[in-house]
Design a protein around this ligand. Sequence first.
Ligand code: ASP
Length: 434
Amino acid sequence: MLNNLIKSRRERSLSTSSNKILADRLWIKILIGMALGVLTGTLLSPEGLALIPSQSAYALGEWIKIPGVIFLSLIQMVIVPLVVCSIILGIAESGSTENIKKLGLRLVPYFLFTTSIAISIGIFFVQLIKPGLSFDPSLIEATLSNAPAVPAQNFSDLTVPQRIGNLIPTNPARAELDRNMLQIVVASIIIGLALLSVGKTGKAFHDLCLSGQTLSMKVISWAMVIAPYAVFGLLCNITIQIGAKSLVGVGLYMSTVLLALATMMGVYLIIVRFLGKHSPSSFLAGIREAQLIAFSTSSSAATMPISIQCAEEKLHVDERVSRFTIPLGATINMDGTALYQAIAALFLCQVFHIDLSYGEIGLLLITTVGASIGTPATPGVGIVVLATILVGIGVPAEGIALIIGVDRILDMCRTTINVTGDLAASTVMQRFYK
Ligand code: ASP
């Protein structure tokens, strides 16, 4: 009885905040913010219309992006408690360990399946178009001699058994401090299962998670109020920073990635239609806020709360499914990133004339699945993890310098696909869950 009361109170309070967020055509405001951001950025950018001196443009960009920084900080502030509470409650309220086992046993193979499809699409297009073979060799020398250091990343030195052992955090507080989402998700699943099996004894902790989740969603709803301004600021600043120069020589590579990502979007629509039994157009209409936020922030983690709301409010996914599937998906299911990493690796092989056998390409596929699972859901990390893959297939990691200039644009697009993949998964799991 009390449980029902708490549940209905929670449903009421969550749906009030999400209704407020989603009802007022937020996506149109975000879209206008995006368009104005790119336009203003082009007017100010030294490589655009350069209406003001370049130093002032860069300084102004920093000011204009302040709403974006506040937006992201507010979301990041509550993302760990939100993920922890959502997963624990999602499991604890699933009714039985049997239900969770059923969901988990379908979800993980499903994620591996879609990631493998994404990588295969990437490999297909990069082998078909061969963008690396038409890359201007004079640009290689010029770019590599000015190459920025490849950002350091800390898990390439771990062996596979060590990485598997590392999944369970021996110190959950450290996992939270380090924002190691994979460890946080694993710890939350274990605690959720424990809560499910202790019955009434766990009630106080259950209520604590309920409060944590509701408070986090409240903060997110405040952040969403400034979303259109945030998007304007972030895109304006990026347009000022990137400039057209970085596009020189890599246009064909970019087109290959974009074409492959668009194909993956088509695959999702087929999956949603036939496995999720949803009409593709209503699916796209239901997830547009999440896609626009993903595109503007380049962060699946920051988009997670709005993805959960879209899944529940627009796609009518049961909260026990969405609050388990989406946080887990945002952490381990990155189809856009995997597809991009496969294309980037093979593009650089073509540039450096490194021939891979079919066996090596198969190995690349497996490595990329693993790498995309370990890639944190934050901006720009896909390219950092790419360095590990490159070392594995004998491509100089400095080659990343050739593609780093356009990475932000591709990051925006691959994050949109990552988020779409999680939402598509929630519709499929919803059907199986029934
Ligand atoms: N930005 C991507 C995400 O958050 C990860 C990546 O860099 O590919 O999903």
